[in-house]
Ligand binder design. Structure first.
Ligand code: 5RP
Length: 271
């Protein structure tokens, strides 16, 4: 691996722990003004100190993140469909490599829709991106998207998707956590991070999922809604960090969350 690629990989996966805390803010690229991401700057700014990398589109990056923040960015470069359109899988490349380089990204991210009508097109998009990534030393995050079909998220299907992403040269794969997740990680030669999916019922569910994913071979998270749709997003991300980078157990992370949440509430109340 050349210096640039290694350096950028180290901006995403911390070489001291071998783990990654990525926060995804890219939902608007097909969902529009997602709940609690209506004003991106307000949601993103407080989380920046705790995210190893942020994942978002160039529009939100330029409009809502200060370049002086020194945030490490994984740029979402696929899109072209929307939640009200005929088919979410009908994606193309939305951003040139030239612009990604101008934005000094740590990596670029693209969705693939395996088993969909646009399987071939999205896999070839990924392959094209990997070619460019190798040329310029920029890692590619391959995202195993399921669109509206959340029920697809089982070990058999996700193993297939992750392995195909790895075979096509993806440097990091983003997928969902599922039952028998160790089967997904065992058969994927590229490092895996998990998305959070729709907001879970309790914080403990989020910490359990994070912990279990790490125990079963994930290198970290690339999570969105379960962090910033929570009323205490900073406390959640700090608890997640403690699991990912410091190997805390879910219960310990939950205690940390409660402590931080109480501190925050006291501050707000002026106590
Ligand atoms: C959509 C994405 C999102 O960034 C991803 O789903 C992460 O967010 P969340 O944790 O909210 O699911 O890649 O394809």
């Amino acid at each position: 691996m050349d210096w640039g690629m290694k350096n950028r990989m180290a901006r995403i996966i911390n070489p001291d722990t071998g783990r990654a805390v990525m926060v995804a803010f890219d939902h608007g690229y097909f969902l529009g003004p997602t709940h609690k991401l209506e004003v991106p700057r307000q949601t993103i700014t407080p989380l920046l100190p705790y995210a190893d990398t942020i994942m978002l589109t160039r529009g939100v990056l330029r409009s809502s993140v200060d370049p002086e923040s020194r945030a490490n960015v994984v740029l979402r470069v696929s899109g072209g469909s929307s939640i009200v359109g005929p088919d979410l899988s009908d994606e193309g490349l939305t951003t040139s490599f030239r612009d990604a380089i101008r934005l000094n990204v740590a990596g670029v991210g693209i969705s693939v829709f395996v088993g969909s009508e646009h399987e071939r097109q999205t896999l070839l998009n990924l392959a094209e991106l990997v070619d460019k990534g190798e040329e310029y030393g920029i890692p590619v995050l391959g995202i195993t998207a399921v669109g509206k079909e959340l029920e697809k998220r089982d070990a058999r299907y996700l193993s297939l998707c992750c392995r195909i992403c790895a075979e096509l040269g993806t440097h990091i794969v983003k997928t969902y956590y599922c039952e028998d997740f160790e089967k997904v990680t065992a058969s994927c030669p590229a490092p895996i991070v998990i998305a959070g999916g729709p907001k879970l019922e309790t914080e403990m569910d989020v910490f359990d999922m994070t912990y279990n994913a790490i125990q079963q071979g994930a290198v970290g998270v690339d999570m969105g809604r379960n962090i910033w749709q929570n009323d205490h997003p900073v406390a959640v991300i700090r608890a997640i960090r403690s699991i990912v980078h410091e190997n805390l157990k879910p219960k310990q992370a939950h205690d940390l969350f409660l402590g931080l949440k109480n501190e925050e509430s006291k501050k707000v109340a002026g106590v």
